[in-house]
Write a protein that binds this ligand. Structure first.
Ligand SMILES: [Zn+2]
Ligand SMILES: [Zn+2]
Ligand SMILES: [Zn+2]
Length: 281
């Protein structure tokens, strides 16, 4: 099986079976992917070969003894690794170019789940990791509607900080192939914001644009890889902000799934939202 980042410069060949698939809703995974959760499988190092682009792989410490890697050119999250488990790399499944023939076993870290993402499947839910206690009882979130009319967001390393100084115009899930690679996960979750309402208040120099399709740039933090927003010439008045980097509840909720024709085989949509095969008309 092959895996590659969004720009295609980092290419990985995987020569053996991958481990179980798990979705992680921890805040770090939300920030690193820009979406609701990361989708990960463990791969033994003996099965893992960098076919190209190893020099573009940047690892950063995420917690003591835990490292996250991303592509310096396009920002795609690639894998994480732990000093305590040196024989394994945890691949971000959105990079995979084949069906891993694994389906998710669990939703992990649901106690820090994004308030805008509803769990509607039957998977077991763990408050923290699978080794921790199972989630029971209700979860608490901020009440939408009580927030100030401004949203804040930041990247995983905290250098890039932004504010949305106006009401978002919409919120949606995107299952296109580029969003899978850019998030390393199954889909992107975006709010649409008037371009004049987005203010990058710190780390602007660290914000790097990658032209993922003609006249469309995806901006990520070059220090940690977090996807922040995209901007296309065709729709120049608006930007799409990656909701996993939001630090506040946007109040609104996703209203549809787009590009479901290119959805990953390993993710099942279990909510009732409308599904469009391609993009907005
Ligand atoms: Zn890349
Ligand atoms: Zn950063
Ligand atoms: Zn997309």
């Amino acid at each position: 099986m092959n895996a590659a980042c969004l720009c295609g410069d980092v290419r990985i060949a995987i020569s053996g079976k991958v481990g179980p698939l798990v979705y992680c809703h921890c805040r770090r995974c939300q920030k690193a992917s820009g979406t609701a959760f990361s989708a990960n499988v463990d791969v033994r190092r003996t099965y893992w070969t960098f076919v190209a682009g190893e020099a573009l792989v940047r690892e950063l410490p995420s917690m003591p003894g835990v490292f996250r890697a991303f592509c310096l050119r396009c920002g795609s999250p690639l894998y994480s690794r732990r000093d305590t488990n040196p024989d394994v790399l945890r691949l971000r499944l959105g990079l995979l170019e084949a069906d891993p023939e694994r389906r998710s076993l669990a939703q992990c870290w649901v106690r820090s789940k994004a308030p805008w993402f509803d769990l509607t499947d039957d998977l077991p839910q763990y408050s923290e990791g699978p080794e921790g206690p199972k989630e029971t009882g209700s979860r608490q979130y901020g009440e939408p509607g009580t927030r100030e009319p401004m949203l804040r967001g930041s990247c995983l390393c905290g250098t890039v900080r932004y504010e949305v100084r106006g009401t978002p115009l919409g919120m949606y899930y995107c299952h296109c192939g580029t969003c899978q690679k850019a998030s390393g996960s199954s889909f992107a979750t975006n709010i649409i914001v008037a371009a004049t309402d987005l203010a990058v208040v710190s780390g602007r120099k660290q914000l790097t644009g990658y032209e993922s399709s003609p006249h469309k740039r995806r901006y990520f933090c070059s220090g940690c890889g977090s996807p922040i927003y995209s901007h296309a010439e065709k729709t120049r008045d608006v930007v799409s902000v990656r909701c996993g980097t939001l630090d506040d509840d946007p109040g609104l909720r996703p209203t549809e799934h787009i590009f479901v024709a290119s959805k990953t085989p390993w993710y099942q949509i279990t909510d009732d939202l409308p599904q469009r095969p391609a993009g907005f008309v």
